[in-house]
Design a protein around this ligand. Structure first.
Ligand code: NAD
Length: 356
């Protein structure tokens, strides 16, 4: 990689803009040349953090020293900001969800192609360790072939902030957290989604969804349940997966979890019946002692590089993007299918761009 640092201007210096500012300051290949935010208070915060606060977006685009524009604004303005940057010859990192629709994303990709510049979406949760542990289990068949994957995030704080409540600005939880969980799933599972059904929840009375559940069926036989909730005062585990030889659970982001598999060494003996509730059951009795093995979770799957370093390698022409725009477009299509499935109460088929 080149020894000179590539200069980045962060557009939108709110929660995520500040986070990028910190992370980029720690990166050896990138540096923050400044920020631009519409709000005076955010521009002051930028100056206080030691970053130049540009006075207008035009000033950013006209500055030949700026190589990369990083977009961390609300979702409805991603497209316009990205296309202007690409047309001005800048490379672009854009926050998720990259756009409000697949049609918008196609325009952004076309602008990147036209300008021969890089557009890469910050699907950072591909690097989450809990996800990479599941990815490892999928690849190594640690609990046999996975056939059911349940991926959930449950909070009890409602929808945060301001614009996340507004439909026109791309609010709602499907676009917010849904895009992460769906991106992880499609990144991991190398198979076509053959059907999707879903429900969105509006418990809090907002015009946007405060959560959703989607059930996806893949051609290779995997069923996935994806759920986001913001009204869950008791959270279900982050991951619950079933394989042909066992089950696994990951409770949280600190990787509390375990695997329980069949003990192939032990002779199969039916469990003794137990009293359960007011009845008797053998089917639901705990397996006999020694017939299962409890193990620690495996180490996480590795990705070829970290997000920013991969971005730098891509703009220097030495690597392929780990987050590919065709994959991001596929996720955007899936989100649209989930919205349609929920609105029509129908199972949606034949929308997947897998292999296209
Ligand atoms: P935020 O409201 O905290 O910050 C957004 C900032 O953008 C505000 O300061 C606002 O004044 C500014 N802004 C709005 N329109 C602008 C414009 N046209 N030009 C310049 N500035 C403008 O929002 P946030 O939580 O930081 O989210 C920003 C983006 O980051 C969203 O797309 C969100 O989905 C994404 N995000 C990603 C992650 C992740 O882990 N990848 C986490 C949080 C947020």
């Amino acid at each position: 990689m080149s020894s000179n640092k590539h200069t980045v201007v962060i557009i939108g210096y709110g929660g995520m803009g500040k986070f990028h500012g910190q992370l980029i300051s720690e990166n050896e290949h990138l540096e923050v040349a400044g920020t631009f935010d519409l709000l005076e208070a955010r521009r002051e915060a930028s100056t206080q953090a030691g970053f130049k606060a540009y006075k207008s977006y035009e000033e950013v685009l006209a500055d030949p020293a700026v190589e990369v524009v990083l977009i961390a604004t609300p979702n409805d303005v991603h497209k316009a900001i990205a296309i202007r940057a690409l047309e001005a010859g800048k490379n672009v990192i854009c926050e998720k969800p990259v756009a409000m629709s697949s049609a918008e994303l196609k325009e952004m990709i076309a602008a990147a192609d036209e300008a021969s510049r890089v557009l890469m979406v910050h699907q950072n949760r591909r690097w989450d360790e809990d996800f990479r542990v599941i990815k490892k289990m999928y690849e190594m068949e640690t609990i046999g072939a996975l056939f059911q994957i349940e991926s959930r995030v449950h909070g009890a704080n409602g929808i945060p902030g301001d614009w996340r409540h507004v439909k026109e600005q791309g609010g709602g939880m499907l676009l917010d957290w849904g895009v992460h969980l769906l991106d992880q799933l499609l990144f991991m599972i190398d198979s076509k989604v053959t059907s999707v059904s879903s429900t969105l929840s509006y418990i809090l009375g907002n015009e946007v969804d405060d959560g959703f559940e989607a059930v996806l069926q893949f051609e290779n036989g995997i069923k996935a349940i994806i759920e986001v909730g913001t009204t869950n005062f008791i959270a279900l585990p982050r991951w619950y997966v079933k394989g042909t030889e066992g089950s696994a659970v990951i409770e949280d982001w600190s990787l509390t979890g375990r695997i329980v598999t069949r003990n192939s060494e032990s002779e199969h003996r039916e469990p003794a019946p137990i009293r359960a509730g007011v009845g008797l059951t053998k089917t639901m009795a705990p397996p006999r002692k020694g017939s299962t093995i409890t193990k620690a979770l495996p180490p996480a799957a590795e990705l070829p590089d970290r997000f920013y370093n991969n971005f730098v390698a891509v703009i220097e022409g030495t690597a392929e993007p780990i987050v590919k725009n065709a994959e991001v477009l596929r996720v955007q299509n899936l989100i649209e299918a989930i919205f349609v499935a929920a609105a029509s109460n129908e199972v949606i088929k034949d929308f997947d761009t897998y292999g296209a």
